[in-house]
Design a protein around this ligand. Structure first.
Ligand SMILES: Nc1ncnc2c1ncn2[C@@H]1O[C@H](COP(=O)(O)OP(=O)(O)O)[C@@H](O)[C@H]1O
Ligand SMILES: [Mg+2]
Length: 305
């Protein structure tokens, strides 16, 4: 049985200016392959700058891959027309910026239906509100009159209104308090059980632990490890996965200190393993190349195996 979505050897190079002359390429993704089955949540986890959003954008066709392909039910998504936008929708991190502040909730939910010329809009809008557990009188409100969690429920209602098969969720709970975060994650899991698949992007391995069926760990634009949640999080093989698991922050968001948020940008070498400069198991060959192997039911890109 083939997967619902297949990302095959996707590379994304951004052209960047370097110095006075010369152009250089920055590889946001390097040969990434992942797949998502029906009714499955694939958690994509990695630190800031690892390429997660780029992967999401390519799956959404907001960016074209430099190399490689994305297949939906076996077909190249860049050859599928408008039908793909019905089948695949998105929930972003910050509903404050992803929802039009001038529109009422009703208009926000009706918009995709209008774009696709779909009738029975009132009925569909009400059902979507019900599904995300928002009262129908919220339809007359604007996003600014809602809490962060309620706004994210509106974003989810809009994402499900066309009955998609896949939702790309990019850090959808990162701006929410923990208790609200848990409610929203529960909503996603319910939708998964109803048959929707997810590409669920997060920097937070605890979120992945809670919600994902399978996990893809990425760093420096490369896939480090891909497998079932049980294998990857309970018996991690890649040194980077082990590192992520050892760094799980324990503080409540309200008690977090500034240093918890400070973004650290690590130099990623052009060749070999991107994690090599930070890896406790570094070997000379890691600066040159990385072996890709299947071990214990998962893919691992590491010269240790
Ligand atoms: N349009 C762009 N041009 C150049 N570099 C980019 C562009 N978009 C993203 N990048 C770079 O690609 C890397 C991956 O970014 P991103 O996919 O947003 O990572 P993440 O979502 O994991 O934080 C980052 O180093 C980022 O600066
Ligand atoms: Mg991102």
């Amino acid at each position: 049985m083939s997967a619902l979505l297949e990302v095959r050897e996707v590379t994304k190079a951004y052209r960047i200016k370097k110095g006075l002359f010369g152009r250089r390429f920055f590889y946001a993704l390097k040969g990434v392959s992942v797949d998502i089955n029906k009714s499955e949540i694939l958690g994509v986890v990695g630190e800031s700058g690892s390429g997660k959003t780029t992967l999401g954008k390519i799956v959404l066709r907001l960016e074209e891959p430099t190399q490689g392909k994305v297949l939906f039910r076996g077909e190249d998504v860049f050859r599928l027309g408008k039908v793909y936008t019905r089948k695949v929708s998105v929930v972003f991190q910050d509903p404050r910026s992803s929802l039009n502040p001038r529109m009422k909730v009703r208009e926000i939910l009706e918009e995709p239906l209008l774009v696709h010329g779909i009738d029975n809009r009132e009925d569909k809008v009400r059902k979507a509100m019900e599904r995300v557990q928002l009262p129908v009188d919220f339809l007359e409100r604007k996003p600014e009159d809602l809490s962060g969690g309620q706004r994210q429920r509106v974003a989810i209602a809009r994402a499900i209104i066309l009955k998609p098969e896949l939702i790309v969720a990019d850090e959808p709970t990162a701006s929410l308090d923990v208790s609200v975060q848990l409610e929203i994650l529960g909503l996603f899991m319910g939708l998964r059980d109803e048959g929707i698949s997810f590409l669920f992007i997060t920097h937070d391995i605890r979120v992945v632990e809670r919600i994902a069926d399978r996990v893809a760990v990425i760093y420096g634009g490369m896939l480090m490890e891909l497998g079932s949640k049980e294998k990857v999080l309970k018996e991690p093989l890649h040194p980077y996965t082990k590192f992520l698991l050892s760094n799980v922050p324990v503080r409540h968001p309200r008690e977090r200190k500034e240093e918890d948020y400070r973004e650290v940008i690590y130099e990623v070498p052009e060749r070999g393993c991107p994690f090599a400069p930070r890896c406790p198991s570094y070997m000379e060959e890691c600066s040159e190349s990385v072996r890709r192997v299947q071990v214990d039911g998962r893919s691992v890109n590491c010269n240790l195996y």
